[in-house]
Design a protein around this ligand. Structure first.
Ligand code: SF4
Ligand code: SF4
Ligand code: FES
Length: 287
């Protein structure tokens, strides 16, 4: 099954997508569904569950339900509460900001259709914040560490911008095609939330030695295979050789199963593992 980025859905997704399509076909517009939310008033505060009932029409998604709840924050027990808080931006699965755990699986809430997840009258959807990032409030988490880790691997093409560089170097269509899917990463954090090696680290002082994560390893591969970006390849490989680098990956492969862009993360991890070994051997011979 092809996706918008031209890749093929892995087998494990095909059954889930078929189930969702079947749910969508059965769902009746105008029914009421229940949304159960893990609430938390702020960092370090205890969490609690609250359930709301929301009428849904065709095309309703988790964000539209959250908006309806925020407009009238009364639980199914008739208790008035505070409007739930969440993060979002693009509303079209491009920015990654709305990522949360929905019915136990991490994904974007803007593209999560209620018809696919709660097709029956009274069906429940549970919403929780991601677990590997500090909660700011309710479903909103602080993903700063994710972006910090992109800096660790110098996830950019070095250009100084002070003079005209002229046309960029030529690149083969094969290389472009391979890099394209890697470039679709939207820094959502799904691969990190699902990874057993990526644990919650609250203190920024500890981030540089904790596991860097599949997203950053993939971005290192993306920029190492760019004709200009490869100027920084040795520095990226040094970063991936350091504590928290590529060898911390336990190969659980959870990351690749949850990536909404179907990026071949385990392939990227294996490729960077090989590059790191080559770099280490070359460095040893140069001593
Ligand atoms: S393969 Fe590595 S990065 Fe991916 S989930 Fe497993 S341990 Fe984490
Ligand atoms: S690699 Fe996939 S799951 Fe990970 S941050 Fe990028 S888009 Fe999200
Ligand atoms: S709001 Fe941007 S991915 Fe959902």
């Amino acid at each position: 099954m092809s996706t918008s980025n031209g890749t093929h859905h892995p087998k494990h997704l095909a059954a889930e997508l078929a189930q969702r399509a079947s749910n969508r076909a059965q769902a009746k517009p105008g029914r009421k569904v229940r949304i159960t939310i893990k609430r938390c008033d702020g960092p370090g505060k205890p969490s609690r569950w609250e359930t709301f009932e929301v009428p849904v029409e065709r095309g309703a998604n988790v964000i539209s339900c959250l908006q309806a709840i925020a407009a009238n924050p009364v639980t199914v027990d008739g208790q008035r509460t505070t409007p739930p808080v969440w993060d979002s931006g693009c509303l079209e699965e491009v920015c990654g900001a709305c990522t949360m755990v929905i019915n136990g699986k991490v994904r974007q809430s803007c593209s999560c259709l209620i018809d696919e997840y709660a097709p029956g009258e009274g069906d429940t959807i549970t919403l929780e914040p991601m677990q590997k990032f500090p909660v700011v409030r309710d479903l909103w988490v602080d993903r700063s560490r994710l972006f910090h880790n992109l800096k660790r691997v110098k996830s950019w093409v070095p250009i100084d911008g002070t003079y005209n560089l002229g046309a960029g170097p030529k690149e083969t269509p094969e290389n472009q095609e391979q890099r394209y899917v890697m470039s679709t990463c939207m820094s959502c954090g799904c691969c990190l939330d699902a990874c057993p090696q990526f644990t919650l680290v609250e203190q920024p002082a500890d981030w540089d030695t904790a596991f860097v994560g599949a997203h950053a390893i993939n971005q290192a591969r993306l920029f190492n295979s760019h004709e200009t970006g490869k100027q920084l390849a040795p520095e990226r490989l040094e970063a991936l050789m350091s504590p928290g680098g590529v060898t911390d990956c336990g190969n659980a492969q959870n990351c690749v199963k949850v990536c909404p862009k179907n990026i071949p993360l385990t392939e990227s991890i294996a490729a960077m593992g090989r590059s790191v070994w080559m770099h280490a051997i070359t460095r040893w011979f140069r001593k």
